[in-house]
Design a binder for this molecule. Structure first.
Ligand SMILES: [Zn+2]
Ligand SMILES: [Zn+2]
Length: 525
């Protein structure tokens, strides 16, 4: 499998290079050196958000991308909510990346807030950025973050890397309730300003108090999927986990529903997990965090990772059975998803430590997990460290994602988009052969069979057949999807080339290096 995929890539690269250089007008060929290796007829194009990650050398950086301070209207204020208090708490808890998302307020540098909100001193800000007391492990300040609210609904959007604000300038009334902007209006604004947006706590919209989509992820998915397809450069993902079970039920159901609607059009939906802390005591609640996988921890790399999806969401939660007890009340799962239990086992949340794609096989390595589940269209279709997509062709459509479950919680990888390429066989031909043999001498008759597939890719498969000079013979090469039969005469000249039994005349050539050409049956599979 892997060999075939590698070969295909070489062909495409060769073609691209030839065309771009304008040097060669002929198609580029890739020789298949192993005669048992068949041209690759079906494969998945896999769009892997972690494609650029070097798992051996990259670091993993703990992020919280949804934090409030005393600037937010729903924060009571006081010593445990000041900017400096919150940032110091995250720093002490070992976070590497933090963004402040006060409602309707674009975040400022952590030393640049009004004195009533007690910013960091510039000296301390520099220390935190550069990793004082942490052996140089600084904490990145994600710039220009916001949580854009809708006044009438629970529609909240986390925005980053843009100073666009649905409600600028902030007024007391709108500071309290948020702007009137809908999801569509907010993403329009973020898109036009070149920023990034994630939908905050969508579960609140489905199962919460202020809900426009009463217990129906499908309705919300229809709206959000349309926006994600409309603004693929601005709409990046969902907060698939936040705070705890009560806030976040149905979020993974919604996630899969959206993917089923966007993935066929090549649009991914990434997942983040945040604590949505409104005071220092809520920092890290639910064990919610997002792990960024990057060469080094810089603002530029954080933005690039948010755009490419090279991060994964985690929570210190385990999926309970369908019910759990919370404060003496039975809480059930929602929309087909079991309820979560908070775990405080002392075991870390699962870590994804390697993802390898080899042809159609995706393999995953990790730590602190006991189960890896593979999910397509909202259903667990397989478990284990690796999956051969071809074996699940019937239940896979346009994406696959995986999650690691362990005693310390759960980690969700970002989805991989899939496109099944099923090629047809177009033709095979004997390109050349040679055998300069005297009568009675043994030697090698070399066949180079050229195979063309329906995407225009061409393979040369080289075969060497031991023959006796002066004796006629024939040989059939079995490629599984089709067969190529070659017949030679007692002068060791190829006289006939048949594909799947269809006669294909050979252009007469000279023994030693002859050009043969034949057209086989169309669409043999
Ligand atoms: Zn919110
Ligand atoms: Zn919030």
């Amino acid at each position: 499998m892997s060999m075939k995929k590698t070969i295909r890539k070489i062909v495409k690269l060769g073609l691209a290079l030839s065309l771009s250089l304008g040097l060669i007008t002929q198609p580029a060929f890739a020789a298949v050196s192993d005669p048992n290796e068949k041209p690759y007829m079906s494969y998945y194009n896999i769009t892997n958000p972690y494609a650029d990650v070097d798992w051996d050398t990259y670091g993993q950086y703990k992020a919280n991308l949804h934090t409030h301070t005393s600037l937010s209207n729903d924060v009571t204020g006081g010593a445990n909510t000041y900017v400096s208090s919150m940032i110091e708490k995250y720093y002490a808890e070992g976070y590497d990346i933090v963004s402040i998302n006060d409602h309707q307020n674009i975040s400022r540098n952590w030393d640049d807030y009004a004195s009533t909100h007690r910013p960091l001193t510039t000296e301390r800000y520099t220390e935190i950025l550069t990793g004082a007391e942490r052996n140089g492990r600084g904490m990145v300040d994600v710039p220009l973050s916001n949580e854009q609210n809708n006044m009438m609904r629970g529609q909240h959007v986390l925005s980053y890397f843009t100073n666009w604000n649905a409600n600028a300038p902030v007024t007391t009334l709108n500071g309290l309730f948020g702007a009137l902007a809908t999801y569509d209006q907010v993403f329009t604004g973020i898109n036009n300003a070149g920023g990034i947006g994630f939908v905050a706590h969508p579960g609140r919209e489905v199962t919460g108090i202020i809900t426009a989509y009463g217990n129906n992820p499908e309705r919300l998915s229809n709206i959000l999927a349309a926006i994600f397809l409309k603004y693929p450069d601005a709409a990046y993902g969902l907060e698939i986990f936040g705070v705890g079970d009560g806030e976040t039920r149905s979020d993974r159901v919604l996630w899969d529903r959206m993917l089923m609607q966007t993935a066929p059009y090549g649009k991914n939906v990434f997942g983040i997990s945040n604590d949505d802390a409104h005071s220092t005591s809520e920092v890290g609640r639910g064990g919610s965090k997002t792990m960024f996988v990057m060469a080094e921890n810089t603002v530029e790399n954080v933005e690039a990772a948010m755009r490419s999806g090279s991060f994964y969401a985690s929570a210190a939660m385990t999926l309970a059975s369908q019910f759990r007890i919370s404060n003496g009340v039975i809480v059930s799962g929602t929309n087909g998803e079991p309820a979560f239990n908070y775990v405080n086992s002392g075991v870390p949340t699962p870590v994804i430590s390697n993802i390898n794609i080899d042809g159609n096989v995706i393999s995953v390595e990790g730590k602190y997990y006991h189960t890896i589940e593979w999910i397509a269209d909202g259903a667990v279709i397989a478990t284990g460290n690796s999956i051969d997509l071809m074996e699940y062709k019937d239940v896979i459509n346009s994406y696959i994602r995986f999650q690691l479950k362990g005693d310390g919680g759960i980690s969700w990888a970002n989805p991989m988009l899939l496109e099944l390429i099923e090629l047809d066989f177009v033709k095979a031909a004997v390109k050349s052969f040679n055998a300069n043999l005297q009568n009675g001498n043994n030697g090698n008759l070399k066949f180079v069979v050229t195979v063309t597939l329906s995407d225009g890719s061409t393979y040369e498969v080289e075969h060497t057949e031991k023959v006796k000079g002066g004796e006629k013979g024939s040989k059939t090469f079995d490629y599984g999807d089709y067969k190529v039969s070659v017949t030679w005469n007692d002068n060791n000249k190829v006289t006939k080339c048949e594909v799947d039994g269809g006669a294909a005349p050979i252009v007469p050539g000279q023994s030693g290096n002859s050009q043969g050409s034949s057209k086989g049956n169309q669409n043999q599979q």
